[in-house]
Design a protein around this ligand. Structure first.
Ligand code: FE2
Ligand code: FE2
Length: 405
């Protein structure tokens, strides 16, 4: 099935004209295909958009990304070399000129990116960056595709597959950078690209459009664009998996080291708190749903455990919710029932219940006295492993399964 055929069969997209109909419609179809590509919802961009990345995560992502930004002018030069139209080559030369900082080579984009690495992320010497094999593969493939002997393919690859995504992609990244505490004034690299790469995309798109009408033009453009987005998604997925490993690996090393981690800890950190104080964490009250409860955190400096004390007044419930962490509930006072997915488990003092990951659950106090239970979760592990998607999915008055931290 051809790309255009696949597009026609995609539900929810505007009807596509036949080959031979308006070229503008075919261009709109290419843009729609780009817009729908799964790269946009890959885990790394999602983590950026959620503001879930730490400064360490961001340092890793952009140290690898430097391999790409410092090669970018090579991709443009490669497309120029296969372009047989001197007007388009002149316009691409203008793109290159801007990428190169114009009359100020110190302001070339690759250098502005290095300044960002140095000043905002503390990477002073890019020569020290160890590029992962998947990073080198990404950049090598990018260059190979830009050098394609078919000018339609190379133009589409760099036009709608690359320059045309910059504004949206860097806007998502920018959200994550700001949320990680990086000052807006340090985001020049992202701001200039959000502002100017649409012009660069138009130049390349005009070049791509100049071949429209050639047999197979649409399918060639769509395939080249998809190749660019697939390559980027593959790279982003690999970088994301690096982040997950980097977040979990120190725990694994400490497990393997067989050394006590109690050394040097204060009693309070070991949670030796006779009568123990707790820290208020979360509460909610929704009269319509009979919800009323409080959650306090036991201040325990654990690696993966996150124990909480939950209190529910007589006749009230906590929210129906689910989350990435697993939970051991131990009832201290009161009686009622715990709902886990479609099961109902009666509980009273001394009872324990395990809530597996992502099981929908709710605790209901059906007695005439307050209910109090200990909920020991491995929230800190799921938070590390999922890079930002360990949040609770709670029900509240207005939105079912709304997301909360
Ligand atoms: Fe640039
Ligand atoms: Fe829960």
């Amino acid at each position: 099935m051809s790309v255009i055929e696949a597009f026609r069969r995609t539900p929810g997209l505007a009807p596509l004209p036949d080959h031979g109909e308006s070229i503008e419609h075919q261009l709109a179809a290419l843009h729609a295909l780009q817009h729908e590509h799964p790269m946009w919802s890959c885990r790394l961009l999602t983590a950026f958009a959620q503001g879930a990345l730490s400064r360490d995560d961001i340092r890793h992502v952009f140290s690898q990304y430097h391999c790409y930004t410092s090669s970018f002018t090579r991709f443009i030069a490669a497309v120029m070399a296969s372009c047989d139209n001197d007007l388009f080559r002149a316009q691409l030369a203008q793109n290159l000129w801007e990428e190169g900082g114009g009359c100020e080579p110190a302001r070339r984009h690759a250098q502005i990116f290095r300044n960002f690495l140095r000043d905002s992320l503390g990477i002073a010497d890019v020569a020290q960056i160890a590029y992962a094999p998947h990073t080198r593969h990404f950049v090598r493939e990018y260059l190979a595709q830009s050098q394609s002997a078919d000018p339609v393919a190379s133009a589409a690859f760099l036009a709608i597959g690359t320059e045309g995504i910059v504004s949206r992609m860097y806007t998502m990244m920018r959200t994550g950078l700001v949320r990680a505490g990086i000052a807006e004034s340090e985001l020049e690299f992202f701001d200039i690209h959000i502002a100017c790469d649409d012009d660069h995309a138009v130049t390349l798109e005009n070049m791509m459009m100049s071949y429209a009408g050639q047999p197979g033009w649409f399918d060639t453009c769509a395939a080249a664009m998809r190749r660019a987005l697939d390559l980027r998604m593959e790279f982003f997925d690999s970088v994301f998996e690096d982040l997950q490993r980097a977040r979990i690996h120190p725990i694994v090393l400490r497990m393997q080291a067989r050394e006590s981690l109690a050394h040097g800890r204060r009693d309070a950190e070991l949670c030796h708190r006779p009568g123990g104080a707790t820290i208020a964490m979360y509460d909610n009250e929704v009269a319509r749903l009979n919800i009323k409860f409080t959650v306090e955190r036991l201040p325990l400096a654990a690696e993966v455990l996150d124990p909480r004390m939950v209190r529910i007044p007589p006749g009230k419930f906590n929210e129906k919710h689910k989350h990435a962490h697993e939970t051991l509930i131990h009832i201290l006072e009161g009686s009622g029932q715990v709902l886990i997915d479609d099961r109902v488990l009666p509980v009273g003092p001394g009872d324990s219940i395990l809530v597996p990951r992502w099981a929908m659950h709710q605790t209901q106090n059906l007695g005439s006295t307050a209910m109090r239970f200990l909920a020991v979760t491995d929230f800190r592990l799921s938070q590390r492993a999922l890079v930002g998607d360990a949040t609770d999915y709670r029900m509240n008055a207005d939105i079912d399964a709304s997301r909360r931290h």
